[in-house]
Design a protein around this ligand. Structure first.
Ligand code: HEC
Length: 491
């Protein structure tokens, strides 16, 4: 009997141990809330749904990582998030972590606490007027409004001219073909259950098709904020054309990289616009006169990118060592390979896998050709780092300080990254060699610093002489080189 019990116990341990091996626990995954967010009015307590999760074979403990979220808590067993009726108005991004003995997973839940309903405000028609020929029915654009969080009813106040009406739910003003000749200043009222706001609209009905000067010229929004190196454009402006054809133009000095479509009035900016705020004056002209309005564009410096930045650190290397004329630029494309844009470089790059990226592994082996300038091992390592960080098309301003302009600390790197691939002892277009201090100074003195700086500033007599050919360096980098030259080439 004793022997049998011992045998059984031993068997049980073996069984249990075997079992232990079969049931392997893993890190929890797939923590999901559906819906992933809640929008509530201030003063309403409530809670999220229960999330779903693959718990990895073991129960998990839920927690919220940000302890400063007052009034927001989580049930550590179920993962249900609760909020009290005192949570302040705002948008909260709640990071939820689910932990088991092996590891954790996380997700984000958004709680949007809206303020209570307020009276409407900012009722605006854009354009705020219309000029029509007698006998023409038509209507205004839909107005924009801050509804205060509730449903709006529109009405016309005062004496309403015959043939003019308003859609009470959209605010669109309509006129029939029977409205008499005249100019009508209409007053519009927008009401919700808390209060109201007013707006105006002018309808001018003329006897003939005589063109009058344009009015009601407006961009909505009238400003835009963008990041350095990002192209974009404004919305189409609204205008009362006065029955004429409008031509749009920018007045005054137009900043580099900003332009306007003369027919549509859309303002565009390209990737070369420097950081700063530009208050633009836009003029709209027809045969009877003109009107101006303003538009403001703010270009902010790019956020600091942690890790290697494609636009400022990687692209210049490929452009100056590989995309030379006759080699891998967009014109020659030797062996069908083009190495001067993100898209074409990515044809030979595998994100997160430098050893499978042929446009990386070939560098220093057979490319660039032995007779050409070679990348330094630091530059090759930078490309590898960029690939292994995900090879993203990160756009950013190069870290740049205009008070730094010695050859050793700054200028040699700028030349190495942007110029040396085409301007070295072997390859040296127009005899310009920028691969060492003495040659660089001699080259600049030979072609004159004025010619050299015109090339950098993209003001050369022929555009082929603008350098580097792939696109202008940042204004900060050009300032560094300019200071270096003007201060007598400090080493
Ligand atoms: C992809 C190759 C390439 C790169 C990169 C390049 N250049 Fe050039 N550079 C040329 C070519 C080609 C010419 C001759 C153009 C011609 O003859 O039409 C030239 C000409 C010049 C000239 C003579 C201009 C003149 O008006 O006489 C200067 C100065 C110059 N480069 C400076 C630079 C500087 C500075 C850089 C880096 C910021 C640079 N280049 C980067 C290819 C390049």
């Amino acid at each position: 009997m004793k022997k049998f019990i011992i045998f059984c116990a031993a068997a049980l341990i073996v069984y249990a141990c075997k079992h232990e091996i079969i049931v392997t626990k893993t890190v929890p995954t797939n923590l999901i809330y559906v819906p992933t967010s809640s929008t509530i009015l201030y003063g309403a307590a409530g809670n999220s749904v229960t999330p779903t999760i693959d718990n990895g074979g073991e129960s998990v403990v839920y927690s919220i990582s940000d302890s400063t979220l007052t009034g927001i808590s989580i049930n550590s067993n179920t993962g249900v998030i609760s909020w009290s009726n005192t949570v302040a108005v705002g948008i909260y991004s709640i990071s939820v972590t689910a932990l088991n003995s092996v590891g954790s997973t996380a997700t984000t839940y958004i709680l949007n606490v809206n303020s209570a309903i307020t009276a409407p405000s900012s009722l605006l028609y854009s354009p705020a007027s219309s000029t029509v020929v007698a006998g023409t029915a038509g209507n205004s654009a839909t107005p924009s409004i801050n509804t205060g969080g509730s449903i709006i009813t529109y009405s016309l106040t005062g004496t309403i001219p015959s043939g003019i009406s308003i859609n009470s739910s959209t605010g669109v003003i309509s006129w029939s073909n029977a409205v008499a000749v005249g100019s009508y200043n209409l007053a519009i009222k927008a009401t919700n259950n808390i209060g109201n706001t007013t707006g105006t609209y002018t309808l001018t009905v003329t006897q003939t098709t005589t063109v009058v000067a344009p009015t009601s010229f407006l961009y909505n929004p009238a400003n835009s904020t963008t990041t350095l190196g990002t192209a974009g454009n404004s919305a189409t402006p609204s205008i009362n054309n006065g029955l004429g054809t409008i031509t749009y133009s920018l007045s005054g000095t137009v900043p580099t990289g900003i332009s306007i479509n003369s027919t549509s009035g859309i303002i565009s900016w390209n990737t070369l616009v420097a950081t700063g705020t530009y208050n633009l004056t836009v003029k709209a002209t027809n045969s009877a006169g003109n009107i101006t309005t303003s538009y403001s564009l703010t270009v902010n410096a790019a956020p600091v990118v942690t890790g290697v930045c494609f636009s400022s650190q990687i692209l210049p290397l490929y452009q100056s060592y590989c995309a030379l004329a006759g080699c891998h630029n967009s014109t020659t494309k030797r062996s069908g390979i083009e190495l001067d844009t993100y898209a074409t470089i990515m044809k030979g790059i595998k994100a997160n896998n430098s050893s499978s990226s042929s446009y990386y592994t070939i560098i220093g082996r057979s490319m660039p050709p032995k007779a050409n300038a070679q990348m330094s091992s630091a530059q090759i390592a930078l490309i590898q780092q960029w690939i292994n960080q995900g090879a993203t098309n990160s756009v950013c301003a190069a870290a740049c300080d205009t008070t730094q302009f010695t050859y050793t600390n700054t200028i040699s790197t700028l030349f190495a990254n942007n110029c040396v691939g085409c301007h070295n002892a072997t390859t040296n277009y127009l005899g310009v060699i920028l691969s060492d201090y003495t040659s660089a100074v001699n080259s600049i003195n030979t072609i004159t610093s004025t010619t050299f700086l015109s090339a950098l500033n993209y003001t050369s007599a022929t555009s082929a002489m603008n350098m580097p050919p792939s696109g202008q360096m940042s204004s900060c980098q050009i300032t560094q080189i300019t200071k270096w030259i003007k201060n007598g080439y400090p080493q």
